[in-house]
Design a protein around this ligand. Sequence first.
Ligand code: HEC
Length: 196
Amino acid sequence: MQKFALGFVTAVVVVVLAGYICIRFGLMDSRADIPVSTFEQKLAMPSLDASVDRRAPEVKNPVESNDVNLIAGMKIYQANCSNCHGDIGHPRGMFADALYPRAPQFMEDAPDMPESQNFYIIQHGIRMSGMPAWKQSLSEQQMWQVTAFLNHMDKLPPHVSTAWKTEAGASQINDSSHDGSKMEMKDMKNMDMPIH
Ligand code: HEC
């Protein structure tokens, strides 16, 4: 029994040490544009889901999903989120393949988690990924509005959908390629938009 315990502890120490050496001495690839390994993909998503499931308070969205709030949410989304998550005019965002882990493309796979969990993710961001914590720059109400928009993204009322097409079109002028011109337009637009 004692031998087994010693063997077990040694194995754990070796694994931890090997992991530390890999990370500390640069054996891990630091590039964001390499393919995401199947192992990480299989592990990361359920781990994120389980963590959010455990922590996100079960609260109801205080914002009603009417046209006014959905349009407000759409504008917040278009200005702050579409580059990474895609929009109605550009189903694959400019940074679709530029982050590790990849940003989910919501036009291809709508976010179907409960609103309370999407709100929690938007509020706090996701550690070790490109997903920022938005509570630094958006008000509670704006975060709930963009949450309502996300949860209705694949079933938007026609009026909101039309407004989104116009907004997405307007923010993509000169976007014939990803040569930086789009970035410039969006940056300018973000500056114009009062987010508080
Ligand atoms: C710089 C890129 C970037 C921006 C900007 C960004 N996100 Fe994200 N987002 C990510 C990445 C990357 C992930 C996936 C992280 C992971 O898988 O661990 C993510 C994940 C999410 C998720 C979880 C999706 C799921 O299926 O688990 C939600 C919800 C989300 N983002 C909403 C938003 C909203 C709303 C905005 C704008 C207010 C936004 N994001 C802006 C990169 C971004």
